[in-house]
Design a protein around this ligand. Structure first.
Ligand code: NAD
Length: 436
């Protein structure tokens, strides 16, 4: 039977969680403090770009299983489970900012009138769920019992809906057997493998998984930089490495650095978490530092090839941190354009989906145009930042015909070198020999 569930925070994680839980038959109320967002969602419109989300959202709203509100009191009414899915951004010192988590814990305590299981979906440092349990208990308005469950989220932006129904595992770390059983029952209809553990190990699984993936990307990026200097082809190297079952072929695609709302902040937070208990996580610190460097490799290459960038018109193709999302957080486009502007270049940017978000994250002084063609028109060079399908499908003749000089720096190894070789485009990519 469907459970009555509140989900607090309707970002990429909260909204997808709420929608997915309602799709499998639970009665869900999503709570957010952002009135504009809530008004849009009440109309069945998703405030974030996530393929497939609008469709399921509308279906669940029509079926009466999915509601949205800005009022915590209304949202928690009659709920036996409260998911926390608010942001845990990076503080200036690299640690995780738990302000939003603390606020929600207090909101839950003040508003619940029945026993409640608090489920933390947000990525939080080890020990945070114990702290949440304490906070809720200390601030309770009614005499009810409270449990906590760490249930970290592994979805990937851009395929979040698919991942909700097809993920590799659901991790449940509960403060009591009863709470763990309850969460297992809630998640059973997804039909995915469920891994039960203690609260702290569940919290650690999320950080360790993200840190490992970031390390894998960091590693292949370093190998690519070496290939670049030794005239080997990183694509072949990665393919040959990935055939080894112990290594695995995924996450071996080099590029100009990872971004997004998770890897950068979660790797920093884990380094800081280690610091706090007197342990130096040198390996992960090297990954963090290496990624900062990596974001500028295409600008460095452009300087090497062109010389001074002063007055040069440079087109940025793609601004989002990866394809199929409008998320701009920590996108390499930000560092790249800042460095280009500092070097005196004129920067024109285009993204198929992130145009609305981009100006809030990018440095002042970037021009935005509504198509790749307009960005390339008269450009002295182009940097391919995000490997959207739209760019993958661009014919080389577009670069040849529109640019002042067809000079392309591909930070995502989007094109096959053989295809580029049939054109006049001068082409530089990551860990592969230049073409033309
Ligand atoms: P987000 O910033 O997109 O959304 C957070 C939402 O919470 C916002 O809509 C905000 O208005 C709302 N909010 C803040 N305080 C609130 C309050 N007191 N009451 C109600 N709503 C409130 O965040 P996100 O990207 O969905 O990430 C959420 C968490 O999940 C983070 O800890 C993140 O690390 C983790 N996570 C994110 C992803 C991802 O791909 N985005 C993947 C796995 C885990």
């Amino acid at each position: 039977m469907g459970k009555n569930i509140a989900v607090v925070g309707t970002g990429y994680v909260g909204l997808v969680t709420g929608v997915a839980l309602s799709e499998i038959g639970h009665n869900v109320t999503c709570i957010d403090i952002d009135e504009k967002k809530v008004a849009r969602m009440q109309q069945g419109e998703s405030p974030i770009y996530e393929p497939g989300l609008d469709e399921i959202m509308k279906r669940s709203i029509e079926a009466g299983r999915l509601h949205f509100t800005t009022k915590h009191e209304e949202g928690f009414q009659g709920k036996e489970i409260a998911y926390i899915a608010v942001g845990t951004p990076e503080k200036e010192d690299g640690t995780a900012d738990l302000r939003f988590i603390e606020a929600v814990a207090k909101d839950i305590a003040q508003n619940v009138k029945q026993d409640i299981t608090v489920v933390t979906k947000s990525t939080v440092p080890v020990g945070t769920n114990d702290y949440v349990l304490k906070l809720v208990k200390e601030n309770l308005a009614e005499d009810v019992s409270v449990d906590v469950v760490s249930n970290p989220e592994f979805l990937r932006e851009g395929s979040a809906v698919y991942d909700a129904f097809n993920g590799d595992r659901i991790v449940i770390g509960a403060s009591s057997v009863h709470a763990g059983d309850l969460l297992e029952e809630v998640n059973k209809p997804f039909g995915l493998p469920i891994f039960r553990t203690d609260v702290r190990s569940a919290e650690m699984i999320k950080y360790a998984a993200n840190a490992f993936l970031a390390t894998k990307i960091g590693f292949i990026n370093e190998v690519a930089n070496l290939c670049d200097r030794l005239e080997a082809n990183v694509e072949d190297v990665a393919a040959g490495m990935g055939m080894d079952g112990r290594i695995g072929a995924q996450f071996l695609r080099p590029g100009h650095g990872y971004g997004g709302s998770c890897f950068p902040k979660d790797t920093s937070a884990l380094v800081k978490l280690a610091d706090a208990v007197g342990y130096e996580f040198d390996l992960l610190q090297a990954v963090v530092d290496g990624n900062k460097r990596q974001k500028l490799i295409m600008v460095d290459k452009a300087k090497e090839v062109i010389g001074s960038l002063k007055g040069k018109k440079i087109a940025l193709l793609g601004l989002a941190f990866k394809p199929n999302t409008d998320d701009m957080r920590e996108s390499p486009a930000i560092d790249i354009s800042r460095e280009l502007l500092l070097s005196g270049a004129e920067v024109t940017g285009y993204d198929p989906i992130a145009m609305e978000n981009a100006p809030h994250f990018m440095p002042e002084g970037v021009d935005y145009v509504p198509s790749a063609e307009e960005a390339l028109q008269g450009a002295d060079a182009a940097i391919l930042v995000t490997d959207w399908d739209e760019f993958k499908n661009l014919d080389m003749s577009v670069y040849e015909n529109l640019m002042a000089a067809p000079l392309l720096f591909d930070g995502r190894n989007t094109y096959s070198r053989d295809v580029v070789a049939t054109s006049n485009v001068e082409y530089y990519s990551v860990g592969r020999k230049p073409v033309n």
